[in-house]
Write a protein that binds this ligand. Structure first.
Ligand code: NAP
Length: 408
């Protein structure tokens, strides 16, 4: 068919989400300013009748699954129900390949910069990451070389440090990136389990320096009131792995939540529970480089229910005080008041403000979705009470790749 005629019969550039890569974290649905994104028990999908192509959802997506487009005749656009049934994206229909206009942006709709709280760019001095080297169609295989419990034996949470080795297979990663794990087996409807994403807890040069391995921090998800059917599929799979087992991996993912590489850059790290994984990676990288004379400050706020549930408690406490300023917040210590990371930040307001006012400071927040509001409010009140212009500073932090939020 003539391309010119096709354009006139209204071809749209339909926005789609790749069900093979999507980790179902809900970020896109929360970010969409006009409720064009929805989900069922299986897939996240975009309603072509509502989406205006504003792109607000694209930068926050941790895997890039959101950034898929197909030229379709408007009357034949994939419906929401079509997309709920997909296990993979459809191929581009080559007959509908005429140049199309990008959908006009609704002037009323907020654009990405107004809806995304954190940076959508990496720090200027970050190393360049590799992303999506391994995919569903061509995954990597890694061998388990370690699986250690991080939480006290008596603690209710089973959080594990799992080390995966890639042998001779190139698998370059940076601190702050994540990988996808494909758990074996199928769900009740017979479909292969979808990918689960985990932050890497080790530095770029390996869990063991010089080895082609990496580590993950995984919490076993168990539903107390179930017969086991509600248990986390992938977390239980990972937590039960034995040395020598082989795991199917895709990725790496992530090109913005990365650490600065320039000397004297400071890290302000705020995390809860297993959200500590990227902070451990960055801290360990800096620790290994300490001998080179890097002098940037590291300040950490780390929240957990109790001391026994705090991953990496022992190693963290052994780090020199002049290397990292560690502040812990426990919410369920018997006999003590509930304390969250944002409470600890307020107690250290003078030092947090000093870091915020320094153009070399990079802020990282990772963990529970619920902490994000509290942490942002704490940053704002600390900045304001110390004479910093928060709206201007916030915008500058975002623009310069110095405010990174990853909460699920
Ligand atoms: P958790 O044990 O449930 O909670 C850790 C601590 O956070 C507890 O002390 C908890 O207090 C506290 N907390 C709860 N609500 C809070 C709030 N509004 N503000 C501040 N602190 C709050 O944590 P977890 O099970 O390890 O979960 C960690 C989360 O991190 C998971 O949701 C996981 O998906 C996410 N995660 C994200 C990434 C990533 O983004 N890359 C990586 C790893 C993990 P109470 O429960 O006592 O109220």
């Amino acid at each position: 068919m003539d391309a010119h005629i096709e354009t006139r019969i209204d071809i749209i550039r339909q926005h789609l989400i790749d069900p093979e890569i999507c980790i179902r974290c809900n970020t896109c649905e929360e970010t969409c300013p006009i409720d064009a994104i929805t989900h069922d028990g299986v897939n996240y999908v975009v309603n072509a009748e509502v989406c205006n192509g504003c792109m607000a959802c694209v930068p926050p997506c941790p895997t890039g699954a959101i950034d898929n487009w197909r030229n379709v005749v408007r009357s034949e656009a994939y419906s929401v129900d079509d997309q709920f049934g997909w296990e993979a994206l459809p191929a581009q229909n080559e007959e509908v390949d005429a140049p199309v206009e990008v959908p006009a942006q609704n002037e009323e709709a907020p654009v990405a910069s107004d809806t995304v709280r954190g940076s959508t760019v990496a720090p200027w001095s970050a190393a360049r990451p590799y992303v999506q080297l391994y995919t569903h169609k061509a995954p990597a295989l890694a061998t388990v070389v370690g699986n250690y419990r991080l939480t006290d034996a008596a603690a209710p949470s089973d959080i594990r440090h799992i080390v995966l080795d890639f042998g001779a297979l190139p698998f370059p990663v940076l601190e702050g990136q994540s990988i996808g794990i494909l758990p074996p087996g199928t769900s009740a409807d017979g479909r292969a389990h979808h990918v689960r994403q985990y932050s890497i807890a080790s530095p770029r040069d390996g869990e063991r320096p010089g080895y082609n391995n990496l580590s993950l921090t995984v919490k076993r998800v168990q539903r107390e009131d179930s017969n086991g059917s509600g248990n986390g599929v992938c977390s239980n799979y990972l937590c039960d792995l034995q040395k020598g087992d082989v795991v199917t991996v895709i990725g790496p993912f992530g090109n913005t939540f990365l650490m600065p590489n320039h000397p004297d850059s400071h890290l302000l790290m705020i995390c809860t529970g297993t959200g500590s994984a990227p902070m451990r990676a960055m801290t360990e990288y800096r620790r290994r480089r300490r001998a080179t004379g890097e002098t940037g400050k590291l300040m950490l706020f780390f929240g957990a229910r109790t001391r026994g549930e705090l991953p990496y408690f022992g190693p963290l406490m052994n780090l020199p005080k002049d290397f990292i300023d560690t502040n812990l917040a426990f919410s369920r210590t018997p006999g003590e008041a509930k304390r969250y990371v944002q409470d600890a930040m307020r107690e250290r307001a003078d030092d947090v403000a000093q870091l915020l006012g320094d153009g070399n400071t990079h802020v990282y927040v990772c963990g529970l979705r619920g902490m994000e509001d509290g942490v942002m409010q704490a940053l704002e009140s600390i900045a304001r009470s110390h004479g910093l212009d928060w709206p201007a500073l916030w915008e500058q932090l975002r623009r310069e790749g110095r405010l990174h939020l990853e909460t699920y």
